[in-house]
Design a protein around this ligand. Structure first.
Ligand code: GRF
Length: 221
């Protein structure tokens, strides 16, 4: 591909809660370090803070109330139709707490990212801070990965690592890990927008080469 001026990547951000990662993404776009445009923020539950953040930034804030839908399939259909209306090229899961139906994941193969608060493949699923502390791990962190059908198992793009300190609690660890998420997530989305990374043969490719291990950024101590 030749170097050309191109349009910002059109993304939807899927949320369920506070939206601090959404905020970091919006801030990176405002600072022009991320060449993307959020065409909609979609929540699976009403009245969450992430929706307020979207509205404050003049971005369409859309609720698809999961509990009001017949089942996961119906939710998936509603979501796909909304994503089509928003004409999105990429889907960014940012604290989105539902497992998506296969049709949605397949529809955005290689164009859907998630951030998960562990050093995957360690600790897919919930309560990652507690599990890392209980295991006596030396490190914890967060991973941005391509979304595939298996939960929290898609190829990893970048990780942020923090060293677990004596006396760390779930809260103290969460705060430090989330600070890192706010750095690595906009960066990974920019890599997707620019074509620096892609999903090929079920693996991450970086700058046209297979990248079997993620980039790693360590917290400055
Ligand atoms: C993040 O820490 C992310 O790792 C996890 O959910 C949290 C969402 O936080 N998937 P926020 O809604 O972005 O503040």
């Amino acid at each position: 591909m030749t170097e050309q001026q191109h349009e910002p990547l059109r993304i939807a951000v899927l949320v369920s809660g506070s939206g601090s990662n959404l905020q970091a993404i919006m801030d990176a776009i405002a600072a022009a370090t991320l060449d993307a445009r959020i065409t909609g923020v979609i929540s699976d539950r009403p009245a969450v803070q992430a929706l307020e953040r979207a509205t404050a930034a003049d971005i369409p804030a859309i609720t698809l109330d999961y509990r009001a839908m017949a089942d996961r399939h119906a939710f998936g259909e509603a979501l796909l139709s909304t994503l089509r209306q928003l004409e999105v090229q990429g889907v960014i899961l940012a604290g989105f707490m539902r497992i998506l139906p296969p049709a949605v994941v397949q529809g955005f193969h290689g164009r859907m990212l998630n951030v998960h608060p562990s050093l995957l493949p360690l600790y897919p699923g919930l309560h990652t801070y507690r599990r890392a502390l209980e295991a006596g791990d030396a490190w914890h962190g967060s991973t941005v990965h391509f979304v595939t059908e298996e939960l929290d198992a898609g190829p990893a793009i970048i990780q942020y690592r923090v060293r677990i300190r004596p006396g760390d609690s779930e809260d103290s660890l969460r705060q430090r890990v989330q600070r890192g998420e706010h750095l690595i997530y906009p960066l990974a989305i920019q890599w997707l927008a620019s074509g620096h990374i892609e999903l090929r043969d079920d693996g991450v490719w970086r700058a046209g080469q297979p990248a079997p291990t993620p980039e790693i950024i360590d917290e400055k101590e």
